[in-house]
Design a protein around this ligand. Structure first.
Ligand code: FMN
Length: 199
């Protein structure tokens, strides 16, 4: 299913195309070459001092069902209900320190978000569905996967091939079919000084 953004101004096609679907095809694996392309896209994100503070752990249900299951069990029930069909789960992690000198990196999370946006845009370009999730138990993930303290757990990401919205329960199907929307531009984008909307 496609749900392109109805933009007020022209944007690149892939930006309009990307969205966060929940109907995923459990029977269809994500090819290794597509998975590597997602990571390659993330890898080419910009970062402060070129430090590349992001880290990702990937779980492929078709490769290692037991490890995937452990990742799945970190999700909150509201995400489990649909992410059970995702052949790929990932977690993104942000380094709190610069690798080159171990001093605090206040842009680690910012850069990791940029990398993840690259990743989900690449997924859209490959006609894959990618859905980021904050709804998971980060401490459980840290313990389960031995994530060192210096990395902050950011989003988990469910990736798979799209499926029909009919596979979802009624409430999720309604969300899946609902129009996408954004807050008014003037509430977020200012010109010259704080609060003065761009016209
Ligand atoms: C950091 C982050 C956390 C999110 N957490 C969840 C989540 O736990 N469950 C969920 O269904 N969607 C989650 N989303 C998806 C957002 O709800 C979605 O991106 C937003 O509503 C805009 O919709 P769109 O991505 O289709 O444009 C998350 C997105 C981001 C970026």
């Amino acid at each position: 299913m496609q749900k392109p953004a109805k933009t007020l101004h022209p944007v690149n096609e892939i930006i309009a195309k990307r969205w966060s679907p929940r109907a995923l095809d459990a029977s269809r694996p994500v090819s290794r070459s597509d998975l590597l392309s997602l990571m390659e896209a993330a890898r080419w994100a910009p970062s402060c001092f070129g430090d590349e503070p992001w880290r990702y752990i990937v779980w492929d249900k078709f490769e290692d069902q037991a490890a995937w299951q452990k990742a799945y069990e970190c999700l909150v029930p509201g995400n489990q209900v649909w992410a059970q069909n995702a052949p790929i789960l990932m977690i993104s992690l942000a380094d709190t320190l610069f690798e080159f000198n171990d001093s605090p990196n206040r842009f680690g999370q910012y850069d990791t978000g940029a990398a993840s946006e690259n990743l989900v845009l690449q997924a859209a370009a490959l006609n894959l569905s990618a859905h980021q999730m904050g709804g998971y138990d980060a401490e459980k993930a840290r313990k389960t996967f031995s994530i060192p303290e210096r990395y902050v757990c950011m989003s988990m990401i469910a990736v798979g091939h799209p499926a029909s919205p009919d596979i979802l329960d009624a409430a999720l199907k309604e969300k899946e079919l609902a129009d996408r929307s954004r807050k008014p531009m003037e509430s977020r984008f200012f010109e010259g000084s704080w609060g003065n909307p761009v016209r």
